[in-house]
Write a protein that binds this ligand. Structure first.
Ligand SMILES: [Zn+2]
Length: 289
């Protein structure tokens, strides 16, 4: 019947790909096949309601049909879903996250195991839901998804263990705010600072002293300011003790007796504080984009 005339055949095909008729086609497939397709997707026993399953199946079928130019038979559809169940898992996961405010343990397990990029996009929520469900065993998979599909940062968070400390020293995933002292420990600041003092030229040291910060680049160690655009770099405010070392290196002061030093320190800290805040903020704005 399709071959009556090639002209007719063409008109028919064009009609079929129109949104109206494919919409009808999708609704038809969803209502008659959602049960089989749910099984093929491996989501029939996750405690989803019939309506929820239909929504998920609809999204999957829409995606499937958008890549096929002909009208596939039911068995072709089922086959494709079965073969593509992992490929469709992010679509399924995303729909599940849209449908539920909180995930059951089964749903959480499914999304974390198969969601891939969807896990990375919803990393904070899934981290919190895993903790709420006491499923710390899922965090390893979440970290992998974050490292593969997310935006892993060079500094690991001491609280949640994800590579997720932003240049403003807060964690993308758990929200933890790393203390300056803690940050210095994480990067092994003292050794780096020693090398920095040895290798930095006079101009660099003077710039550092003026801004009272150094820039930590995970690939290059400590650098004089300013941080460079487009690179992930961390601004580290310097303490009095470190500023004094730079001054000594520049020959601006001679090593002093301790008591005199303490006295000077209090006076100098007061003076320096005025400058510190705006400078740091300015650099952070540049660096976090
Ligand atoms: Zn964290």
């Amino acid at each position: 019947m399709h071959k009556k005339s090639s002209k007719h055949g063409e008109t028919r095909r064009k009609k079929r790909t129109r949104t109206g008729s494919s919409r009808l086609n999708i609704e038809n497939i969803v209502s008659s096949m959602f049960s089989d397709i749910s099984i093929a997707l491996g989501i029939s026993r996750l405690g989803l309601t019939e309506n929820e399953l239909k929504k998920i199946v609809r999204n999957v079928i829409e995606h499937l049909l958008s890549n096929i130019s002909y009208r596939p038979s039911k068995s072709v559809i089922l086959n494709r879903v079965l073969r593509g169940r992992l490929r469709f898992a992010p679509i399924v996961s995303e729909t599940i996250l849209d449908l539920r405010k909180e995930l059951s343990e089964d749903l959480l397990e499914y999304v974390v195991n198969f969601g891939g990029p969807v896990c990375a996009a919803n990393i904070r929520r899934l981290y919190l839901e895993s903790l709420r469900r006491k499923r710390e065993d899922l965090l390893g998979l979440l970290r992998e998804a974050w490292d593969t599909y997310g935006k892993p940062l060079p500094i690991r968070c001491p609280r949640c263990g994800f590579s997720s400390i932003k240049p403003d020293l807060t964690c993308i995933v758990c929200g933890y705010s790393v203390k300056e002292k803690e940050f210095k420990e994480i990067i092994g600041f003292n050794d780096l600072f020693h090398i920095f003092l040895e290798l930095t030229d006079e101009l660099g040291l003077r710039r550092t002293l003026e801004n009272q910060i150094v820039v930590y680049d995970p690939n290059e160690g400590l650098k004089p300011p300013p941080p460079r655009y487009g690179k992930i770099q961390y601004v580290v405010p310097l303490e009095e003790e470190e500023l004094v070392k730079i001054e000594e290196k520049l020959g601006l002061r001679k090593p002093r007796l301790k008591e005199v030093e303490e006295e000077r320190k209090t006076v100098k800290e007061e003076k320096r504080k005025v400058k510190e805040k705006p400078t740091l903020d300015m650099f952070l704005r540049v660096n976090t984009e």
